[in-house]
Ligand binder design. Structure first.
Ligand SMILES: Cc1cc2nc3c(=O)[nH]c(=O)nc-3n(C[C@H](O)[C@H](O)[C@H](O)COP(=O)(O)OP(=O)(O)OC[C@H]3O[C@@H](n4cnc5c(N)ncnc54)[C@H](O)[C@@H]3O)c2cc1C
Length: 489
């Protein structure tokens, strides 16, 4: 059998591997994604996309298709002693530079199925019912051997193969797991109840806080129930729900998915090996589901990694750019573990017995992680911060800044009047945005970025910014924070 040659082999077609393959294909890279399963997820697992993920989806033209399928939810409520004692959404309402200030409640299966279908249409379907059995680093990159004995030569391999990652184990990357002895039941289904249904995340306070009701898309609802031991029955979980929502009662008319999981927490010691093998998603970070950050963090890994591979493979950027994947994403993974870890422990332990209120306070404190909007790749100022989405007009037609961005390129946004002559590399698209309607071109009334030139990375974080009177004296290398390579990317 001859050896096929591609840019990137992706191990695992969960949401993260699928997103890596889809983004790679959009950038014009050749990818092969391999998965042991025979098809994408049908039900269960992650249930919410956060506001930052919704912005990232827009960069890859996925937002319009996914958004109408989900249910917006911006409120966390506490129910105790037969009534709601608080309802909060301030951490969503106060978000700046974003138009979808909420979770989109939508099952992981929708994300996987849409991406799986896109890859088929891109003539690059997932190789199903196939596993990866060996990976060797050689002088040309990586040689991957599949279970059907086929060999594939590639520049890079991405291990997006989940929490029990073969790739991570194969390269002996330490992944020490903390087990806080907390067990949950999770039930998705159609409920019948005299409790008035609200589109809010409800945390119920009984002796502790061991029940949460999560609104979902379509006609289903989800319940998380913290159980005292691993050996529990479905009936015991339902009993806990009914005790928590007294004086009301609830039963499931239909069950779509029922599972249990024990909380495990870990971050891989390294996110890459010899600049060739990269880990993404659950392969390099696992934690409790509280705060709904697993899928969101994994998708953000994919958006961080793939444009960097594109710049290295197509535009000669240095491998230092690839290494920044770990220096940017590992601290995020660590902060996600802290946030979800604090949340999950508060459901069991409280000094004042007010577990549910404590929980919502932690959500508020950790809102940067939970909304995804607090993630930044730089200490302070504009460089490393996310680009704000703002209203933009083209003549009289209204649009939003994010609808103009394109994941395959950098974008230099020039906010102000006057002409600017620049000699830029081909991977930077320039968009001039005037302060008022000039009859043609884009304009905005927003006070963000006035008289600034803002260089935006493909994943919509700000690479650099300068005042307009400085821009012409900048040469392209000075626009980038990571030096080396032809264009100092
Ligand atoms: C009950 C539950 C509830 C959750 N709720 C949430 C939530 O509300 N919000 C949230 O953000 N996250 C949630 N998560 C977490 C979320 O599901 C995961 O973070 C997400 O699935 C990680 O995606 P991934 O692509 O990294 O890994 P996975 O989805 O695990 O995909 C890995 C893929 O790799 C394949 N694979 C493994 N080994 C090989 C091999 N050797 N060769 C080929 N293929 C291989 C597997 O078949 C699998 O398809 C939840 C998880 C669970 C279990």
């Amino acid at each position: 059998m001859s050896t096929q040659v591609v840019d990137i082999v992706i191990v695992g077609a969960g949401p993260v591997g699928l997103m890596c393959a889809y983004l790679g294909q959009r950038c014009g890279l050749s990818t092969i994604v391999v998965d042991t399963s025979d098809g994408p997820l049908k039900v269960g697992r992650a249930d919410a996309l956060n506001a930052r993920t919704l912005q990232l989806l827009e960069l890859a033209d996925l937002f319009d298709e996914l958004y109408p399928l989900g249910k917006p939810c911006d409120t966390s409520s506490v129910w105790a002693e037969g009534k709601f004692i608080s309802r909060q959404s301030t951490w969503w309402e106060n978000l700046e530079g974003c138009f979808h200030k909420h979770f989109l409640m939508l099952g992981q299966a929708y994300v996987e199925n849409i991406l799986d279908d896109k890859l088929k249409k891109m003539q690059s379907p997932v190789r199903r019912s196939t596993s990866v059995e060996n990976i060797q680093i050689n002088e040309k990159g990586c040689l991957t051997t599949l279970s059907n004995r086929e060999d594939i030569q590639s520049s890079y391999v991405i291990g997006a193969d989940g929490s029990r990652s073969f790739v991570r184990d194969h390269f002996k990357i330490p992944f020490e797991i903390v087990r806080p002895q907390i067990v949950w039941a999770v039930i998705d289904g159609v409920v019948e109840t005299d409790f008035q249904k609200v589109p809010e995340i409800i945390v119920f306070q009984a002796e502790t806080s061991d029940v949460a009701w999560i609104p979902r898309e379509g006609k289903i609802d989800r319940f998380y129930v913290r159980m005292d031991t691993k050996d529990f029955t479905f009936e015991e979980a339902i009993e806990k729900i009914n005790r928590a929502m007294r004086p009301h009662s609830l039963r499931f008319k239909e069950i779509e998915w029922y599972s249990q999981f024990s909380v495990k927490e870990s971050v891989a010691e390294k996110f890459f090996v010899q600049d060739r093998i990269f880990l993404a998603g659950d392969a390099c970070h696992i934690h409790s589901v509280n705060g709904g950050q697993g899928l969101n963090t994994g998708l953000a890994d994919a958006f961080n990694l793939m444009w960097k591979m594109n710049m290295v493979l197509k535009f000669g950027a240095s491998t230092e750019l690839l290494q920044s994947y770990e220096s940017e994403r590992k601290p995020v993974a660590q902060s996600v573990i802290e946030a979800s870890g604090e949340l999950v422990r508060s459901t069991k332990y409280s000094e004042t017995g007010t577990h549910a209120q404590d929980y919502v306070k932690i959500v508020q404190k950790r809102a940067g992680n939970i909304t995804g909007m607090g993630i930044r790749y730089g200490e302070q100022g504009l460089p490393g911060s996310r680009l704000f989405d703002i209203e933009i007009y083209h003549g009289t037609a209204k649009t939003r800044l994010y609808s103009l961005l394109d994941y395959t390129q950098f974008t230099l946004l020039i906010f102000g009047d006057g002409k600017v002559e620049l000699n830029l590399p081909e991977f930077i698209k320039v968009i001039h945005i005037h302060p008022k309607n000039e009859g043609e071109g884009y304009w905005t009334e927003s006070s963000s970025y006035v008289n600034q030139a803002v260089l935006v990375r493909p994943d919509s974080y700000i690479e650099s910014s300068m005042s307009l009177d400085q821009i012409e004296s900048f040469t392209s290398p000075q626009l980038f924070r990571i030096s080396n390579g032809e264009y100092s990317l």
